[in-house]
Design a binder for this molecule. Structure first.
Ligand code: 2AL
Length: 247
């Protein structure tokens, strides 16, 4: 199957690292293509970044997976922990679209009664909390914790950040009485194995979980519902820089 992985930030290094992490867990028949928008923030660390990044995801979806796409994917993973543009992406194509936060929350809930999220800047904690509430996982998550690691410090895979993430995770496991850690940034994907080894509890990277859930849905022949709010956007004119995105 063809799996499109969209990194909503515009860091080429992080897009490559996410693509490698996705391909590493993919089944032999899965071909991963990792892309990022051609406009928007280098990293997503707040509401404004996220809003602009969501438009970038919409533009990539339109080009790569929309009705005019030359070689549309069988499934899509949106690889930023705020799941920017996720609902919009599901209006573009019937191919299943998975957000990495949503995937990680589901996976963690299979493995522990309660989990903790360990993320980047403390100011982004509220974004994860809003998602937990929107997705109905706020009863399973026992705490969201910032490390105050800037996202771009994770560009190379984040090896220099692993001690700090381990320390915050240990504190979170004890304070929250939780049984698993969800990594709150797609840029932490390469650290999952090392942190699992160090912490001795399940550590969930949403990129890997997203890839495996995408493969499962495609394997089951399931597609996004076109009934109701995930139906194609209504035809209308878009103006200004967004004109090509009109339907
Ligand atoms: C993220 C992420 O996954 N990518 C990015 O640029 N920002 N999330 C986060 N909590 O920092």
């Amino acid at each position: 199957m063809k799996l499109l992985v969209i990194n909503p930030n515009t860091s080429a290094a992080m897009t490559e690292a996410i693509g490698r992490a996705a391909q590493a867990v993919a089944a032999p028949g899965t071909v991963v293509r990792a892309v990022c928008p051609d406009f928007g923030p280098r990293s997503i660390e707040g509401h404004f970044d996220e809003t602009v990044a969501a438009a970038g995801v919409a533009a990539v979806m339109r080009r790569e997976a929309g009705p005019e796409a030359a070689d549309p994917p069988d499934a899509v993973v949106i690889a930023c922990f705020g799941d920017p543009g996720l609902a919009a992406a599901r209006e573009v194509s019937g191919a299943p679209v998975i957000g990495v936060a949503e995937a990680a929350f589901h996976a963690a809930s299979f493995l522990a009664t309660g989990f903790s999220v360990v993320t980047t800047m403390t100011r982004t904690c509220v974004i994860a909390e809003h998602l937990l509430h929107a997705y109905g996982f706020d009863r399973r998550c026992r705490g969201v914790h910032g490390t105050d690691i800037p996202v771009l410090d994770l560009e190379d895979g984040g090896a220099g950040c692993v001690d700090r993430i381990e320390a915050v995770s240990r504190e979170a496991l004890a304070r929250d009485r939780s049984g698993a850690i969800v990594l709150g940034c797609a840029g932490m994907a390469a650290l999952c194995e090392e942190l699992t080894h160090r912490l001795g509890v399940p550590v969930i990277d949403g990129v890997s979980a997203g890839v495996k859930f995408a493969e499962a849905l495609v394997g089951l022949g399931l597609r996004t519902s076109a009934q109701g709010d995930y139906a194609r956007p209504l035809p209308k004119e878009y103006v200004g820089w967004a004109a090509p995105l009109g339907w």
